[in-house]
Design a protein around this ligand. Structure first.
Ligand SMILES: Nc1ncnc2c1ncn2[C@@H]1O[C@H](COP(=O)(O)OP(=O)(O)O)[C@@H](O)[C@H]1O
Ligand SMILES: [Mg+2]
Length: 263
């Protein structure tokens, strides 16, 4: 493996498709394998920040917005001791509602697509993996993520309308490839799947017929379990709360598949 971290962005322009669940569990499982992991919460809703043990994100002084605003305003990169939260075996850069203002802030700068890349490149040497839990809205902030990342993982809820929304995201990806040749789609991940239902089968078919030729579709499918929300209620992620639950087991399988594809 390179000395530099591989940067995985968990992205979909839709909300509620399993981005945060995938990002947090993936980061947590990599941490368990003694990898050096940085999880960046890149959604103003701050769900990753909360699930990694911070009850009130809006009370956190320094977040990913602070880091990016410093780069935009002063061309200054804050040192890690100012912002890192060490939690559950990984390093976290939290987010809070301030991130909702990033888009308008970025509109005032030149090279606005490169602000996150500037930051990430400065910490790459410190980690094995950097995982970015993305906001759902496509705009300049998400373009920043695509420019800064090596891989996109696209979770999609096992539901017909979710699959139809993917075309737009993949169109953006093709545009970004021109400026970031490193960027690849690691794959599309079906989440919250209710096995053997008509929907589940139709979604699989639709994914295969629309994307399979150009994009990897992970063989691992994450099942639906009510235990995920239960874990979240206790501010925990499923792999931490119930490591033997089927969802946890399938996230482990999924991670193996991701890493295998990297070899
Ligand atoms: N495999 C799953 N089984 C059951 N519920 C899930 C599963 N994955 C996610 N959820 C629930 O679905 C909701 C949306 O998931 P989340 O990961 O927050 O999506 P996103 O980050 O894309 O908005 C959350 O309430 C979460 O607890
Ligand atoms: Mg989320």
């Amino acid at each position: 493996m390179d000395k530099k971290a591989k940067v995985f962005a968990i992205m979909n322009e839709k909300g509620g498709v399993g981005k945060t669940t995938t990002a947090t569990n993936m980061a947590y499982l990599l941490g368990k394998q003694n990898k050096k992991v940085l999880l960046i919460d890149f959604d103003g809703q701050a769900n990753s920040t909360i699930l990694m043990g911070n009850e009130n994100p809006n009370n956190i002084g320094i977040t990913i917005s602070t880091i990016l605003n410093n780069i935009i305003d002063n061309n200054y990169i804050l040192p890690p001791e100012d912002y890192l939260i060490k939690t559950k075996g990984i390093n976290l850069i939290p987010a809070n509602a301030n991130l909702f203002y990033l888009e308008s802030k970025l509109s005032t700068v030149t090279f606005r697509e490169y602000m996150l890349k500037k930051f990430i490149d400065s910490v790459r040497e410190d980690y094995d993996y950097i995982i970015i839990d993305c906001m759902p809205q496509i705009g300049v902030p998400l373009i920043n993520v695509m420019v800064a990342s090596d891989r996109l993982i696209i979770p999609t809820q096992s539901e017909i309308l979710s699959v139809k929304g993917l075309t737009e995201l993949i169109r953006h990806y093709i545009g970004i490839k021109a400026v970031n040749q490193e960027l690849k789609i690691s794959g599309i991940l079906m989440t919250m799947d209710k096995k053997n239902t008509k929907t589940s089968k139709e979604v699989k078919k639709l994914l295969d017929s629309n994307f399979k030729e150009n994009v990897n579709i992970f063989k691992t499918v994450i099942p639906y379990s009510i235990k995920v929300s239960e874990a979240n209620m206790y501010k925990k992620i499923i792999c931490e709360y119930l490591p033997k639950n089927t969802v946890s087991v399938f996230y482990e399988k999924f991670l193996k598949e991701v890493l295998k594809n990297e070899q």
